[in-house]
Ligand binder design. Structure first.
Ligand SMILES: Nc1ncnc2c1ncn2[C@@H]1O[C@H](COP(=O)(O)OP(=O)(O)OP(=O)(O)O)[C@@H](O)[C@H]1O
Ligand SMILES: Nc1ccn([C@@H]2O[C@H](COP(=O)(O)O)[C@@H](O)[C@H]2O)c(=O)n1
Length: 215
């Protein structure tokens, strides 16, 4: 089974995907983490984000050298490793937030991310922007998470102490820049995550899934 959870920035995709995946005892895949990792790689090597060629050549070189950039879909939280180095903690920074949408517009990078995800065998819950549309259109269940920019900013400032107004403005800007790949799948169930606790939203998603077969 493939379940997709797409939605706007900080709408709760990772938290909900992780909770649903744990309830189903299957992994979840964070596609955003792969875009963040590629962006971090470009920034750390001072590569342009307007041209995919140098970035793709870096990613291919790391793979050829035996230090590939890989997504580890662990149930407690996805991790990104470059060879034997865990770089996950470097990916949720204001700098990566500010540049990731530019990198995500590069079609060659989108194809690279999609290829990493397609290497993984179902079952899983996949979260991002285009999981239910471009990447796994065959998914058995699709969800689209929404919440007002204010609610999302209030939640984010509890994770990273920052000014509420500037966090809200940055979220709105990222939504705008990501709009091209973020259209909901026509068959997705829309859920406003501002209207319940995390546990209630996870239960709401689970209630739409087919019951597991009984013996
Ligand atoms: N229904 C909810 N009630 C309360 N807090 C929530 C709810 N859903 C998510 N949160 C909190 O909101 C914050 C953002 O959630 P999360 O990181 O899962 O969103 P995201 O969509 O994956 O973000 P991003 O797009 O930046 O990767 C987290 O602190 C999470 O615990
Ligand atoms: N399917 C996806 C997932 C993500 N992106 C881009 O990555 C950024 C970070 O994603 P988060 O889920 O961690 O917010 C996001 O702002 C998009 O630019 C994407 O394009 N497609």
């Amino acid at each position: 089974m493939i379940v997709t959870i797409d939605g706007v920035a900080a709408s709760g995709k990772s938290s909900v995907a992780s909770g649903v995946a744990r309830a189903l005892n299957i992994p979840y895949l964070s596609s955003g983490l792969l875009y963040r990792a590629a962006t971090w790689a470009a920034l750390s090597q001072r590569l342009p984000l307007t041209d995919a060629a140098p970035l793709l050549s870096l990613l291919n070189r790391w793979e050829a050298d035996g230090t590939p950039l890989t997504l580890r879909p662990l149930p407690q939280g996805n991790e990104i490793w470059v060879g034997e180095q865990n770089v996950t903690d470097l990916l949720h920074t204001t700098e990566v937030d500010a540049h990731v949408s530019a990198a995500a517009q590069l079609p060659e990078l989108r194809a690279w991310v999609d290829a990493q995800l397609h290497r993984i065998s179902p079952p899983f819950v996949a979260e991002g922007r285009d999981m239910g549309t471009a990447v796994f259109p065959q998914a058995q269940a699709k969800f689209y998470l929404e919440a007002s920019a204010r609610v999302r900013a209030q939640r984010r400032v509890q994770e990273r102490p920052q000014d509420l107004e500037s966090v809200e403005a940055a979220l709105r800007l990222r939504d705008e820049r990501d709009a091209r790949q973020s259209a909901p799948a026509p068959d997705a169930v829309h859920i406003d995550t501002g209207s319940g606790t995390l546990e209630q939203i996870i239960a709401q998603v689970l209630s739409h899934l087919p019951a597991p077969p009984t013996e």
